[in-house]
Structures are given as C-alpha cells and as structure tokens.
Design a protein around this ligand. Structure first.
Ligand SMILES: NC(=O)c1ccc[n+]([C@@H]2O[C@H](COP(=O)([O-])OP(=O)(O)OC[C@H]3O[C@@H](n4cnc5c(N)ncnc54)[C@H](OP(=O)(O)O)[C@@H]3O)[C@@H](O)[C@H]2O)c1
Length: 262
C-alpha cells in the first residue's frame, strides 16, 4: 500500500521511451508510480531515480501480450493495496512492412498489447475511479490513428481503435469525475522503430522526430487540462489536420511511400 497521500499513476510500457518519460513527468508533478512492462531491470533503475524525486515507485513485470495478463496485473495491484488514480495505457508495439510479410505471431502480439490489454486494463480499473468520482485515463495512440497506414497496416488500425475507443469513452464519462485523454505522438525518438523492424526512416521523418520527454510533457499537460485528444507538437497537429481533411486517394500513396521498407 502506498504510504503517501500522493495519487498513484500506473504507466504501462514504462521500461523505455515515452512510458519512462511519462513516469518521470508524473513523479515530478506529485504522483507515486507503478511501472509495468516486461523488462524489469530498466524499470528498477527508473524506480530508484523516481524515489530520488520523492515518489514511491513499484515495479511489476508483466507481458501484456499474454492473454489474461491485464487481470493478473490488476490482481498484483490489489494484493499490494494500491489504488490507481491515473491509468496510462502506453505499452505498444508496431511492425513495419507489407502485411503479407509480417508474421501472424507479431500481428497477434500487436493486437493483444495495443488493443486487448489496453481495453481490459481500462475496464478493470474504471469502476474504482467511478466510485471515487475521480480518475484520469491516458491512452497512447498515434498520429497513425488519423489515416490508414499502408506498410504498417495492422499497427495503424490498432491506433485507430485506441483513438476511437478513447474519444467515445470520454463522452460516456462526461460529468463522472473521470476523464480520458488520447495522446497522439508523431515520430518520436525511442526504441519503437527498431523494435518494429523498420530498416530506415525517411530524412523528413528523422528531421521532425520529437524527444520522448517533449511528448510526455505535452501529454501530461493535455491530460491535466482535460483535453480529449492531444496531438504532440505543431507539425504533427498540422499533419493530423491534413490527414483528416484530405481524400484517402491522395494521402494513402504518400503514406505508403513514407513507410516503404523495400
Ligand atoms: N516512437 C514513436 O514514433 C511513436 C509514435 C506514435 C505512438 N507511439 C506509441 O507510444 C507508445 C510507447 O512507445 P515508444 O515509442 O516509447 O517505444 P518503446 O521505447 O519501444 O516502448 C514500448 C514500451 O512498450 C512495452 N511493451 C512492448 N511490448 C510489451 C508487452 N508484450 N508487454 C508489456 N509491455 C510491452 C515495452 O517494454 P518491454 O519491451 O520491456 O516489455 C516498452 O516499455 C506505444 O504505444 C507506441 O505505439 C510511438
């Protein structure tokens, strides 16, 4: 049980990248943290750093690609007597390349982590937030949620799910004391592209890459303001606007070229 009066934020995918940066942001802004991902060692290092900032930090190793893992994570929280006020569903993975060449196993992993575990965790932790009439949920989607993404087809579709689900849930929860924020980063300098099997990013993508720290700051501020959708950075907001308002027959060939791996 956390001994402080600080609200507790659970961050999934906290072992690297945007999740680790979000954990630091929440610790600096008065939260205790629960960190969850598969890689325990980097989270233990991060937890020690967060304790230096005055936060309590608990590490729970979880593989969210395993069916039933979200329920096991919630049981682990209950066993420790930890109540969650801020749920940050950040864990996610991609796969770059043509759909026909991506393994069924990788696609299943993406669907399980990006969609199923995110939905199950939200469903499991929401009732206590509603009972308290207080809580915040962040769902990390992507600018990829604004248009179909050839050469990253399943990933783009998972992020479209996340944004659709998050915006609908935000509307349902209006007036309940629980708010939902969908954070949409654009290209961000993390392990993501290497893990997604990307061989190369275009120079345009590399040039407009944001840092995980900048994305996390914008995301936490958006969540705090009660924004429903936060697109990180001016260039990404312009791209999202263009993606929404331009016909797909123009945007999809451009997106395919941008994501082409061969
Ligand atoms: N980087 C970008 O350009 C970008 C753009 C838009 C959106 N996003 C989204 O931002 C989120 C964070 O990604 P990132 O860019 O920070 O990439 P990252 O550095 O690769 O971080 C991904 C995180 O997800 C965790 N994760 C992956 N598979 C998992 C599993 N099976 N079970 C539990 N945790 C798992 C990883 O931890 P372990 O490997 O230790 O399990 C890691 O902590 C993702 O949802 C991603 O889709 C990224």
């Amino acid at each position: 049980m956390n001994g402080s009066n600080r609200p507790v934020a659970l961050v999934t995918g906290a072992s690297s990248g945007i999740g680790a940066a979000l954990a630091r942001e929440f610790a600096r802004h008065g939260h205790d943290l629960v960190l969850s991902a598969r890689s325990v060692a980097p989270m233990e290092t991060l937890a020690a750093e967060l304790r230096e900032l005055g936060a309590e930090a608990t590490v729970i190793g979880t593989d969210l690609a395993e069916p039933g893992s979200a329920a096991r994570l919630v049981t682990a929280l209950e066993t420790r007597g930890i109540g969650i006020e801020v749920l940050v569903n950040n864990a996610g993975l991609g796969a770059m390349g043509r759909f026909a060449r991506i393994s069924a196993g990788r696609n299943a992993e993406m669907l399980q982590v990006n969609i199923v575990a995110l939905t199950e965790l939200t469903q499991a932790l929401l009732p206590a937030m509603l009972a308290r009439r207080r809580g915040k949920i962040m769902l990390v989607a992507s600018t990829a949620s604004f248009l179909p993404v050839p050469n990253m087809a399943v990933y783009g579709a998972t992020k479209a799910f996340v944004r659709s689900f998050g915006e609908a849930l935000a509307e349902e929860l209006k007036g309940s004391g629980v708010t939902v924020n969908v954070l949409c980063p654009g290209v961000t300098a993390t392990n993501f592209f290497e893990a997604a099997g990307g061989s190369a990013l275009s120079s345009l993508q590399t040039q407009r890459m944001m840092s995980a720290e900048a994305v996390a700051k914008i995301g936490r501020e958006g969540l705090t303001r009660g924004e429903r959708v936060t697109v990180a950075g001016l260039m990404n907001r312009l791209l999202a606007f263009a993606a929404i308002h331009t016909p797909h027959f123009l945007t999809l060939p451009a997106a395919a070229r941008m994501m082409a791996q061969d």
